[in-house]
Design a binder for this molecule. Structure first.
Ligand SMILES: [Zn+2]
Ligand SMILES: [Zn+2]
Length: 439
């Protein structure tokens, strides 16, 4: 039996070689038969991996790869739903360009910690575009605002978002209210650290703009167009740079603007909601609300497929569903009933490297216990004036900054002895006099 198999194997190899020989001669393109055999052998036997040298891995380790000058890198920093879960933050996509610019599209609940895992200096994470004001699309803005300001952002945080049918339903109202919510937080930091990053620039634009330019700097053009979602106000975005186009739906029901303005883009990210049966089984929706939410407010997997079949991107990206072992196949199969093009079912830390020639999809492997990366600009000493100017700068009334006599009277002086030691240690080590505040 064994002999017979060996004979057959030898015969098969001989036949294969003969066919390669004939093909090489009759085809005329590929040189001689020995070349072909050598190429085939080379393809099947990769170079022996070195036991000591680094090898190519099919993952992305943040802060370990240069971004090509013509390259766009997109990282999913939130792909989930309004209900928070450790496995998936809510909507957030980071776009990094070879010219050095970086843009955040939506910053849903939990996504700021995903951004921190990428070890990017916070001055470079200063541009946020919000598609609509559901919490799962901007719930982490406050964390980026406060945490980024502490961790080295010295620029103002710049935020773009749509107007609404009334002033109170617009982005400016939401962000100003958020800043007001942080009145105590800001008053409690002013004058103690470099305070320059605790400023917000708000850029509210007309939600009815159709492919309207809302940002144009450094060769990058970002446009907005209306989305259909919940009530008036939501928008979708396109970003164009270097002949590459990224499109982000935020949330939307299928609409004519998306079909027109996302057409033929390179990377098209569109919401794709959990399938209706899962809404009933997993989220305990009634069939009536599952059908309404899953097909009328959001984009059902089948509708996502229909959109992509029309838009024909180089890569379609579906997000906004809990991507589990028992939901992924269902979403995928429903999309595939209508769309057979390139497809990524997004999860947090999925990475797309986009060039004119290629779109490479990988997962990032991240360090969870990250510290702040080195700041892009020098950190300055705190400015005591920030305490007194805080109320003027913020427009928020603050009666008094500092402690009342009552709280001051609770200070336990006996700790001075050990804390003086810390000041002394710093003075000696750094060769500079640091005076203990009470002396
Ligand atoms: Zn929404
Ligand atoms: Zn949403």
């Amino acid at each position: 039996m064994r002999v017979t198999k060996r004979v057959l194997a030898v015969a098969a190899i001989a036949l294969g070689a003969a066919m390669l020989y004939l093909w090489g001669h009759f085809d005329g393109r590929n040189g001689t038969a020995p070349d072909l055999v050598q190429e085939a052998v080379a393809a099947e036997t990769p170079a022996k991996p070195s036991p000591t040298k680094a090898r190519e891995r099919d993952v992305y380790y943040p802060n370990s790869e240069d971004l090509g000058r013509d390259e766009m890198r997109v990282i999913a920093c939130g792909t989930g739903m309004p209900t928070t879960r450790a496995a998936q933050a809510a909507a957030c996509f980071l776009v990094e360009l070879g010219n050095g610019d970086k843009f955040i599209f939506d910053i849903g609940s939990g996504s700021a910690e995903r951004l921190s895992s990428l070890q990017i200096p916070y001055d470079y994470l200063d541009k946020v575009f919000i598609g609509h004001l559901h919490g799962d699309h901007f719930g982490s803005l406050g964390e980026l605002f406060i945490g980024g300001g502490i961790m080295g952002r010295h620029n103002p945080l710049r935020v773009w978002g749509p107007s609404g049918p009334t002033k109170e339903l617009g982005t400016a109202y939401a962000i100003e209210s958020m800043r007001r919510m942080y009145t105590w937080d800001l008053a409690g930091r002013a004058g103690m650290i470099d305070f320059r990053g605790f400023r917000i620039e708000i850029n509210e634009f007309d939600y009815k703009g159709e492919n309207a330019i809302i940002y144009e700097e450094n060769g990058v053009t970002i446009r907005s167009f209306p989305a259909v979602h919940a009530i008036d106000g939501p928008v979708s975005f396109s970003l164009e740079w270097n002949d590459l186009k990224f499109v982000f739906s935020s949330d939307s029901y299928p609409n004519k603007w998306f079909i027109e303005y996302a057409r033929d883009a390179d990377l098209v990210v569109h919401e794709c909601f959990i399938a209706v049966p899962s809404l009933v089984q997993k989220m305990k929706f009634t069939p009536e609300s599952a059908l309404t939410v899953g097909t009328q407010i959001h984009t059902a997997p089948e509708a996502f497929g229909k959109i992509m079949a029309e838009v024909k991107p180089r890569m379609a990206v579906a997000y906004h569903f809990f991507k589990d072992f028992d939901t992924t196949a269902e979403v995928h199969d429903r999309i595939r009933t209508v769309y057979d093009g390139p497809l990524s079912l997004a999860e947090d830390f999925m990475v797309w490297n986009v060039t004119k020639d290629d779109i490479r999809v990988r997962m990032a492997v991240v360090e969870e216990a990250t510290w702040a990366p080195p700041p892009a600009t020098e950190t300055k000493n705190p400015n005591p004036d920030d305490r007194s100017t805080f109320s003027k700068n913020s427009g928020v009334p603050v009666e008094a900054i500092g402690y009342s006599d009552f709280i001051e009277g609770g200070v336990w002086d006996e700790v001075d002895e050990v804390l003086r030691g810390v000041y002394k240690e710093a003075s000696e080590k750094l060769g500079q006099e640091f005076k203990y505040p009470k002396d």
